[in-house]
Design a protein around this ligand. Sequence first.
Ligand SMILES: Nc1ncnc2c1ncn2[C@@H]1O[C@H](COP(=O)(O)OP(=O)(O)O)[C@@H](O)[C@H]1O
Ligand SMILES: O=c1ccn([C@@H]2O[C@H](COP(=O)(O)O)[C@@H](O)[C@H]2O)c(=O)[nH]1
Length: 220
Amino acid sequence: MTIPSFVIGIAGGTGAGKTTVARLITENVGEAVTRIPIDNYYEDLSHLELEERASINYDHPSAFEWDLLRDQLSTLLEGQSIEMPVYDFEIHNRKEDPKTVEPTDVVIVEGILALYDEDINEMLDLRLYVETDADVRILRRIQRDVIERGRDLEGVIDQYLSTVKPMHEQFIEPSKKHADLIIPEGANSVAVNLLEEKVQAEVGSDAMRDWERPSGPSAE
Ligand SMILES: Nc1ncnc2c1ncn2[C@@H]1O[C@H](COP(=O)(O)OP(=O)(O)O)[C@@H](O)[C@H]1O
Ligand SMILES: O=c1ccn([C@@H]2O[C@H](COP(=O)(O)O)[C@@H](O)[C@H]2O)c(=O)[nH]1
């Protein structure tokens, strides 16, 4: 594999289709891709009761442990494995066991604030922002949170109006200015096909990568 990996950041509002885009553009390259969902880097809130954890603002940048994400991403880019935390949305906390993640040709950093942090942005080779209308996103979120994340309708609506929407407007939408590409309507087939080709090229042509990178082996 090539070191450092080619790193793609995928940001966008809740329900925009980030995970779907990440899955579709990498589904034909097998294990050459590692996904780092930044949800896994929510602060460890084990010291709080479940009820207190449920009322946290999970859409504010301060909810994330950025130092850990920066450290683990750079470790991965140096070619070493990491012990990535794994988040459980039902209990609003990390699971007990982390997941061992090995370095791969392509790394995808995905999450609402994937383009927010300056240091993380510098580590990204391609910055994507998935843009989908708010009404579509909230409908998707209601469906997902009730079915997969153990929430009730009233709770999803309250959280959306009190934190998700205002934080989207304050932090997530403005992070779009850091994007190299904006993908309208999420997983649209033209965008997905182009990005899939790019991912396959990165997995398949290590030699070209070295030519392109000033810090790559051929530049030394
Ligand atoms: N282009 C699309 N068309 C229809 N449904 C979609 C599309 N993209 C995503 N979805 C659906 O919307 C929901 C949220 O998508 P997801 O990729 O998990 O969003 P995010 O990761 O941005 O929160 C999922 O149920 C997914 O299947
Ligand atoms: O304990 C938690 C942690 C996060 N959330 C919400 O998740 C979304 C981000 O996930 P997407 O897959 O991008 O939708 C964020 O808007 C948080 O509000 C949560 O509800 N509970």
